[in-house]
Every structure is written in C-alpha cells, then in structure tokens.
Write a protein that binds this ligand. Structure first.
Ligand code: HEC
Length: 206
C-alpha cells in the first residue's frame, strides 16, 4: 500500500514539474501562485521507493538474512502455485532450476542459476516483482530466504546455508563471465554539455 501511495506522490510531483514548465505558454502571469498539487516527497517515502541494487557489488542490498530452510517455507506458501514443486516449472512459468552450462549448446535452459551473472539479480527481481500476484509484499528476510532456497535448488548453496547481503554479493554465479561487454564506440563516449562537436566527429575519434 505504501508503495502505491509513493508512486502517486511521485506522479503528482512530476505533474507539478510539467505544469511549471507549461505555465508561461498558458498565459499565467509570473506572479501567479503555483498550482496546489501533491506534496513534497519525504526522505522516508523516497527510501521506501528506492530499492535499486547495484548488482556487481551488491550495493543497496538491505540488512537482514534468511536461511535456505526458511526459504523453502516461503516458496511453498508464496511461489509454488505458479512455479511448481521444487521450482521445476508450474502453471505460470517454466523451470527455475538447472541448465547450468547449457549456454554453449543448442538447447539453452535459462534459469536464475544458469543465466544470472550475479546472485543479487535474483534478490532484486524477487523483491521487486514476486510473487507476481502481490509484488513487494515479502519482507527482506523472506526475500533473502527464498533467494537462498532457489540458489540451493540450483546446486549453488548447501541446504544449511543462510544468506545475507555480503554473502549474496560474494557468491560467484556460474555465468558471471558469460556476458559480452558492449564494445560499441558510442557507449564509451564522454558526455558533452556545451560547444559539442557533431556526433560523427566524436565517433571518428573512438
Ligand atoms: C501468480 C503467479 C506467480 C507467483 C505466485 C510467483 N511467480 Fe514468479 N513468475 C511468474 C511469471 C508469470 C514469471 C515470468 C515473468 C516474466 O517473464 O515477465 C515469473 C518469473 C519469476 C522469476 C524469473 C525467472 C527467470 O528465469 O528469470 C523468478 C526468479 C521468480 N518468478 C521467482 C518467484 C518467487 C521467489 C516467488 C514467490 C515468492 C514467485 N516467483 C511467485 C509468476 C508467479
């Protein structure tokens, strides 16, 4: 509920910004009071909204922890209906286990274990989007626990493991080095803010 309110507040804030920039063209005089829409976003609201995690080093992973065993319970109560027994595929989605090493074959099996370069991607995804019928309803401890359980089902953690931010960030995923770094010249371009050369010249330099 709080996240819905936060989004509404943010939308209201965007609305104010949009009105402010449009005001002159609508013929409002410079001294007219601003429209009374929304309210400032408080730090507390912003913290609840900002759940971004920097996946390579786990910056932004919250405090808390969860065991694989606790994660099994979370999974069975909140995920099994759509993802199936042992996350092997259910009514709404295919398997979330296995496939490790399949990327060099013609029959790739995409799962968090086989695909994700960082374990924190799994935490971030679940925290943000799952369970699909009630996203962001799990506590951080529950997200850690179910993340640990899925990593365990993929053979990446023992059954008695407990995960937290530092241990997730430290876990080397099998596909960590399987991604190709984008080497197009424009991704390295330095942003120019004034007196900029035409883009063609900037590209020629790279
Ligand atoms: C109501 C059905 C439903 C429930 C309940 C649900 N999921 Fe999902 N889940 C989905 C669907 C559908 C997708 C695919 C979403 C997409 O591709 O955009 C998905 C995708 C995922 C993925 C991404 C898999 C991949 O290969 O990248 C993960 C991880 C995941 N769910 C974890 C969970 C966890 C953990 C829970 C329980 C806390 C859960 N889900 C509960 C329907 C559900």
């Amino acid at each position: 509920m709080r996240s819905v309110e936060t989004v509404l507040v943010l939308l209201a804030a965007v609305g104010i910004a949009a009105c402010a920039t449009q005001a002159p063209s609508q013929g409002t005089s410079a001294s007219a009071p601003p429209p009374k829409l929304g309210k400032p976003v408080s730090e507390r609201e912003l913290v609840a909204w900002n759940i971004d995690i920097r996946t390579p080093d786990g910056l932004g992973l919250p405090a808390g922890s969860g065991s694989v065993q606790a994660g099994k319970k979370v999974y069975e109560a909140q995920c099994l209906a759509c993802h199936g027994e042992g996350a092997k595929g259910g009514s709404m989605f295919g398997t979330m286990v296995g496939g490790i090493g399949s990327f060099t074959t013609n029959t790739r099996v995409l799962t968090p274990g086989s695909m994700y370069p960082y374990a924190s991607v799994l935490f971030d995804y679940v925290k943000r989007a799952m369970p699909m019928n009630a996203p962001q309803s799990l506590s951080d401890d529950e997200v850690y626990a179910v993340t640990g359980y899925l990593l365990h089902l993929n053979g990446l953690l023992p059954a008695d493991a407990t995960v937290n931010g530092p241990s997730l960030a430290a876990l080397k995923m099998p596909n960590r080095d399987g991604f190709i770094v984008d080497d197009r010249p424009d991704v390295k371009a330095v942003r120019c803010m004034s007196n900029c050369a035409p883009i063609s010249a900037a590209l020629a330099k790279n």
